[in-house]
Ligand binder design. Structure first.
Ligand code: SF4
Length: 247
């Protein structure tokens, strides 16, 4: 997309609330807008807003999807089921390609991610990135729960950007929200949330690659903690080759 067209589109978001941005995306890109969820706190906020905005009714205006890597916490799977019941919605669940997983595990072991950053990237590529590419096929825009204060190098991210890797627009309605605002929304609206958040897990990914943090630690310190900071990315959110969020 050329920069001028992106600027024109982005202007349409000026002054809109996150809920209004969701409605805007659904109306602007009928049947081509996807709401990605990893069942994290921000994603649950967007789910609640979408349901209340009538975007996930019997004729959904958004394609609600999640990636089941096969290595998620049981609590995350339970939250998926609980959310479907609570909101009377259905997630489209994408799984890794079985043959790719089998080949990877046969050649490098089931916990290959501990061996080297390259092996960890390989695992994320098979279990996350490839299913994400499939999920986004045919879409014009994907909506994510990114927030600007989650990593330093994302501070200048705009709510609407062009994702060159996936060749579509990416909308972050909660970009300017704080942790406290997310918590307040979840409390006020009694949104189902992952019980691991209360056990020291601000960011919840695959079970073997996520640990609890202690008070004062960086919220992202619990992800791939055995690697150096600069190597911690999974390839889901890259801007011009630069990491903007770990998942
Ligand atoms: Fe594999 Fe860990 Fe990446 Fe999950 S987070 S896909 S288990 S390397």
């Amino acid at each position: 997309m050329n920069p001028e067209a992106l600027t024109q589109l982005a202007r349409q978001l000026d002054g809109l609330s996150p809920a209004q941005m969701l409605t805007w995306a659904a109306a602007k890109f009928p049947r081509q807008a996807a709401l990605a969820s990893s069942l994290g706190a921000e994603d649950q906020v967007l789910l609640d807003m979408s349901v209340k905005g009538g975007l996930l009714t019997k004729d959904p205006k958004l394609d609600l999807f999640t990636l089941d890597t096969g290595r998620l916490f049981p609590e995350t799977i339970d939250l998926l089921a609980q959310s479907e019941l609570h909101y009377a919605v259905q997630f489209r669940v994408l799984y890794p390609d079985t043959a790719e997983v089998e080949t990877m595990v046969a050649s490098a072991g089931i916990n290959l991610f501990r061996r080297s950053p390259e092996d960890r990237h390989r695992c994320c590529g098979v279990r996350k990135v490839a299913p994400l590419r499939r999920a986004l096929q045919g879409k014009a825009i994907w909506i994510v729960g990114l927030r600007s204060d989650q990593t330093a190098n994302r501070a200048d991210l705009a709510p609407l950007v062009w994702d060159e890797a996936n060749r579509l627009l990416k909308l972050s309605p909660l970009l300017q929200w704080s942790d406290a605002e997310v918590d307040a929304y979840l409390d006020e609206h009694q949104v189902p949330r992952n019980p691991l958040h209360a056990q020291g897990y601000p960011s919840i990914g695959c079970a073997p690659c996520t640990r609890a943090i202690v008070p004062g630690e960086d919220p992202r310190a619990g992800r791939w903690w055995w690697e150096q900071e600069s190597q911690r990315e999974c390839g889901l959110h890259l801007e011009n080759g630069r990491l903007v969020r770990n998942h």
